[in-house]
Design a protein around this ligand. Structure first.
Ligand SMILES: Cc1cc2nc3c(=O)[nH]c(=O)nc-3n(C[C@H](O)[C@H](O)[C@H](O)COP(=O)(O)OP(=O)(O)OC[C@H]3O[C@@H](n4cnc5c(N)ncnc54)[C@H](O)[C@@H]3O)c2cc1C
Length: 367
C-alpha cells in the first residue's frame, strides 16, 4: 500500500500501479510493479482522537519532487562506495554509496526521507531499457559534504537463488549500483516523496525511529539533521537486524549517541542473544527498554517513524497496543474495539481498516 498525495491508500498490486505511478511522477507503471513495495502514511493535518482530544500533529518540511523525471534523468558521479555493515561476515551485502550531484539542480534540494531514482544501464529481458528503481537518501539535508553537493544512499544487493530456475538471481539495479566504482556516472531522477520527512519545527516534537535493514537510511539523514541543528528533543533509534554483523552504520550511530545525551541508540538482534534478553525483534525493545521508550511514546509531542521490511509494522503496532493505554495509544493508532479485544490475532490486512495509524505515525516499508 502507498499513500498518494490525495490521501488515498494505494495497494502495490497490478491494478493499482498506474495510480501509484502518477503520484511518483513519470516513473513508469511497470517499474513500480517490478519488486518495489512501499507504504507511506501521514500528512500535516489535525486529528481528533476518541473523546474529542486534539492530538498534536506535525506540519512537515516542504519537500521538492521530480526535479528530474526518469525519462529525462541527470548524471551523478560516484565518489564513495563502501560496505556499511558492522562486520565483514554479514549475512547481506549492504553498501553506503555517495554520489556527487554538483552542477545539477539536485544540489541542496534532497531531504532525508525522500528517495532518489536510479536508472541502471542496459536492457531487460524484453530488450527494453531498464526501469528506474528508488533508493532512500541516507544523507542529511546539507549532504555528506555540508553543501548539498554529495548525496548518499544505502543499497542492499538483491542476491538469491532463482525461485524457478535455481540459478543465481541478481537484482538488476542494486547490484549495478553496488558494483559502481568511484568516478563512474549514474543516471538519477527525483527526488521522490514528500510525506516521510521531518516536521518543519524540529524542537516541537520528540522522535522514535524504528528501522530494519536498509530502513535505517532515511533515519541516518534525519538524525544528523536533528542533532546538527542543536535540537534538544529526545530522539530514539531502534535498529533491528538478524545478526549483529548486519547492523548498518553501527559505529557512526554509537558515536553519535555518546556525543549527544538526547540520542538513544538501541539495537535489536533477532537471531542472536541480546545479552540477558535473548533474541529480540524491534518491538521487543518497547518491553526491555520500557524506561526509555514508554515515557517517550506517552509524550503528546512524539512522532513515530517506521522504515524497513514490509510487515515489520504489524508487530510494532501490536506491542504499542499492548503497552500504551487510552489517549497514549490513540495518539498513534485508532483500533476497533473488537480488534482491541484480541491484539494477538491482528493480521497485516487489518492495517488501515480495523487498525488505523494516525498522522503521527510515518510508515515506509518495502519488500
Ligand atoms: C520508496 C522506496 C525506497 C527504497 N529504498 C531502498 C534503499 O534505501 N535501499 C535498498 O537497497 N532498496 C531500497 N528500495 C528497494 C529498491 O527500489 C529495489 O526494489 C531493490 O534494490 C531491488 O531492485 P533490483 O533492481 O536490484 O532488483 P530487480 O531486478 O528489480 O529484482 C527484484 C524483482 O525480482 C523478483 N525476485 C526477487 N527475488 C527473486 C528470486 N529469488 N527469484 C526470482 N525473482 C525474484 C522480485 O519479485 C522483484 O520483483 C526502496 C524501494 C522503495 C519503493
Amino acid at each position: 500500500m502507498v499513500k498518494v498525495p490525495n490521501g488515498q491508500m494505494v495497494k502495490w498490486g497490478k491494478g493499482s500501479c498506474k495510480q501509484a505511478a502518477q503520484s511518483i511522477g513519470e516513473m513508469s507503471e511497470s517499474a513500480l510493479c517490478s519488486g518495489m513495495s512501499s507504504t507511506s502514511e501521514t500528512g500535516p493535518r489535525g486529528h481528533a482522537g476518541e473523546g474529542g482530544t486534539l492530538v498534536a500533529e506535525p506540519v512537515l518540511r516542504t519537500a521538492e519532487m521530480h526535479i528530474y523525471r526518469p525519462t529525462e534523468p541527470t548524471l551523478g558521479t560516484i565518489v564513495r562506495n563502501e560496505l556499511c555493515t558492522a562486520g565483514r561476515k554479514a549475512a547481506g551485502f549492504v553498501r553506503h554509496i555517495e554520489i556527487d550531484v554538483s552542477g545539477t539542480d539536485l544540489v541542496g534540494r534532497c531531504l532525508p526521507g525522500q528517495s532518489i531514482g536510479v536508472i541502471p544501464e542496459g536492457v531487460d529481458a524484453n530488450g527494453k531499457p531498464h526501469k528506474v528503481r528508488l533508493y532512500s537518501l541516507a544523507s542529511p539535508s546539507r549532504g555528506e559534504d555540508g553543501e548539498g553537493k554529495v548525496i548518499s544512499t544505502t543499497v542492499k544487493r538483491a542476491i538469491d537463488e532463482h525461485w524457478e530456475t535455481h540459478g543465481l538471481f541478481l537484482g538488476v539495479c542494486s547490484n549495478y549500483l553496488c558494483d559502481r566504482k568511484v568516478g563512474e556516472k549514474v543516471k538519477l531522477s527525483g527526488p521522490n516523496g514528500k510525506r516521510f520527512v521531518l516536521p518543519a519545527r524540529f524542537d516541537e516534537h520528540q522522535y522514535v525511529f524504528v528501522a530494519t535493514g536498509t530502513g535505517i537510511a532515511p533515519f541516518r539523514g534525519m538524525i544528523k539533521d536533528l542533532l546538527g541543528s542543536g535540537c534538544k528533543s529526545t530522539i530514539a533509534l531502534v535498529m533491528g537486524s538478524p545478526y549483529s554483523t548486519d547492523l548498518l552504520y553501527h559505529d557512526e550511530m554509537t558515536k553519535l549517541s555518546k556525543e549527544h545525551g538526547n540520542f538513544k541508540y538501541i539495537t535489536a538482534i533477532s537471531r542472536e542473544s541480546n545479552g540477558a534478553h535473548g533474541k529480540l525483534y524491534v518491538q521487543d525493545r518497547f518491553r526491555t527498554d520500557a524506561e526509555v521508550l514508554m515515557p517517550l511514546l506517552s509524550d503528546a509531542r512524539t512522532l513515530v517513524y517506521i522504515c524497513g521490511l514490509a510487515g515489520m509494522e504489524l508487530g510494532i503496532f501490536q506491542e504499542m497496543a499492548r503497552r500504551l493505554k487510552g489517549e497514549a495509544l490513540e495518539q498513534y493508532l485508532k483500533v476497533d474495539p473488537a480488534a482491541m479485544a484480541d491484539i494477538g490475532a491482528w493480521q497485516r490486512s487489518m492495517l488501515h481498516k480495523e487498525v488505523k495509524p494516525t498522522r503521527r505515525v510515518f510508515l515506509e516499508v518495502y519488500a
